[in-house]
Ligand binder design. Structure first.
Ligand SMILES: Cc1ncc(C[n+]2csc(CCOP(=O)(O)OP(=O)(O)O)c2C)c(N)n1
Ligand SMILES: [Mg+2]
Length: 424
């Protein structure tokens, strides 16, 4: 191959060309000559006047920042927002509070069941109740959700009974609810993959003419984490959704950690700002404020149903427990961080608000606790009495229709099992 010509220099006239490696040349030795000519600015100045202190203070995306949409402060005070104000009755706030208490109770009970050997694994949602309930309750019945593996709160809002989540974590099924009737797809464990599924589904909604009306149209919402944003699948989903105007809300729960990788290992800019590069709006909401999440997600879903999708929402929240029951977060994060986030607890701020504003009586809170106790009992009873599935179970619900090769594989597998003396 003949040696490639050097590209003309893009630096100022008179400057020496910038050296670049030439194919076929030995790579040892200095190949890059120093850039001569005037320096027009540092890289940081190109995208706005950011000094290093600002970068450290927030542009590394670890702080919540000035653009955060919030309607209820951590102290339980209602605040207004020029674009996302919400009119909600006392009963409406009570209902959101009840959802969060029950969902937290499901989560804590399942965590304990894992510790007692009844589940193989559990992925806790502790701390993310407002993000999930706010988003789940903003959905219309005809919308479709694509979850990751932690969306127990969204499942609850879609009418998936919490007992149905346990089979996956006990290892007896791959998800037993009906995605079509609930509008809630099965859990996705491969990080980010559900963003492609959601985009494809939303493109279908568009092609089927299901959009055009903010109330009766259809939209898709896809849940994923801060770590998932580094996956190629998520980038591809953003590109496809953008160029096909897919009616999909990308709902990123930024819980600050991807197992032991902190947010600053994923991004240099706040995650919601990435949307701008793909050509759709990105909004950052206080993910521990159920009212703000509800208002922002409702708006985003309406935009998508109308035909103005996609939209990215970054819900700033915190994973208060371990990544899963197999993880020990004390090995990679400081206890102060958790203590700081406890002050922003999503349930406590709503409780304080209801009490302080006289929007709920003590009976209401006592009733919710009783309901949570009953739910926990039901969950435990169900889990400990779940039947062990037979070996043929692994072949069911894989393909819509039977096939000769699947039938043969099943027959082989059952014969193999039967060859053991005790049949197992
Ligand atoms: C493609 C792929 N890579 C790696 C993993 C292992 N893994 C499981 S969860 C996880 C971190 C995900 O973090 P994030 O997206 O922030 O979601 P979170 O768990 O915090 O809700 C990783 C790396 C996986 N399941 N799939
Ligand atoms: Mg995360």
């Amino acid at each position: 191959m003949p040696p490639r010509k050097r590209a003309p220099s893009r630096s100022s006239p008179g400057a020496k060309p910038v050296g670049s490696p030439i194919v076929g040349q030995p790579t040892v030795g200095p190949v890059v000559e120093p850039l001569a000519g005037p320096i027009v600015g540092t890289a940081m100045e190109i995208d706005g006047p950011h000094n290093p202190q600002q970068i450290i203070a927030g542009l590394r995306a670890t702080s919540e920042g000035e653009d955060l949409v919030q309607l209820l402060t951590p102290e339980g005070q209602r605040v207004s927002h020029p674009r996302f104000d919400l009119e909600i009755s006392a009963a409406g706030i009570q209902a959101l509070y009840r959802d969060m208490v029950l969902v937290r109770r499901v989560d804590r009970e399942a965590n304990v069941l894992q510790r007692q050997g009844q589940l193989g694994l559990w992925a806790p949602l502790l701390g993310q109740e407002a993000a999930q309930v706010g988003a789940g309750r903003a959905m219309a019945p005809q919308d479709m959700a694509f979850p990751s593996y932690r969306e127990h709160g969204v499942a609850w809002c879609r009418g998936v009974d919490p007992t149905e989540l346990l089979g996956i974590f006990r290892g007896v099924d791959q998800g037993s609810w009906d995605p079509n009737s609930t509008g809630f797809q099965l859990y996705a464990v491969v990080v980010g993959t559900q963003c492609l599924h959601a985009t494809g589904y939303a493109m279908g909604q568009r092609l089927d003419g299901k959009i055009g009306n903010a109330e009766t149209g259809e939209a898709t919402i896809c849940f994923f984490g801060d770590g998932a944003t580094s996956q190629g699948d998520v980038h591809e989903a953003f590109v496809w959704a953008a160029v096909y105007d897919a009616p999909v809300v990308f709902f990123c729960q930024n819980n600050q950690w991807a197992i032991s990788a902190s947010l600053d290992r994923q991004t240099r800019v706040p995650l919601y700002r990435r949307a701008r590069g793909y050509g759709f709006p990105g909004i950052r909401v206080d993910g521990n404020d159920v009212l703000a999440v509800f208002a922002v997600t409702q708006w985003a879903l309406r935009e998508c149903r109308t035909g103005n999708g996609p939209v990215l929402i970054e819900a700033c929240t915190y994973r208060m427990d371990a990544h899963t029951t197999s993880d020990d977060p004390t090995r990679y994060r400081l206890a102060d961080e958790l203590e700081e986030w406890k002050l922003k607890d999503p349930l406590e701020r709503v409780r304080v608000h209801l009490v302080r504003e006289g929007l709920a009586e003590p009976d209401f809170f006592a009733g919710v606790i009783d309901e949570a106790d009953e739910l926990a009992r039901r969950l435990r009873d169900y889990c400990t009495s779940m039947p062990v599935p037979g070996p043929e179970r692994i072949f069911s619900n894989i393909y819509a229709e039977a096939s000769p090769s699947l039938d043969a594989a099943r027959a082989d597998f059952l014969a193999y099992h039967a060859s053991f003396e005790d049949g197992h």
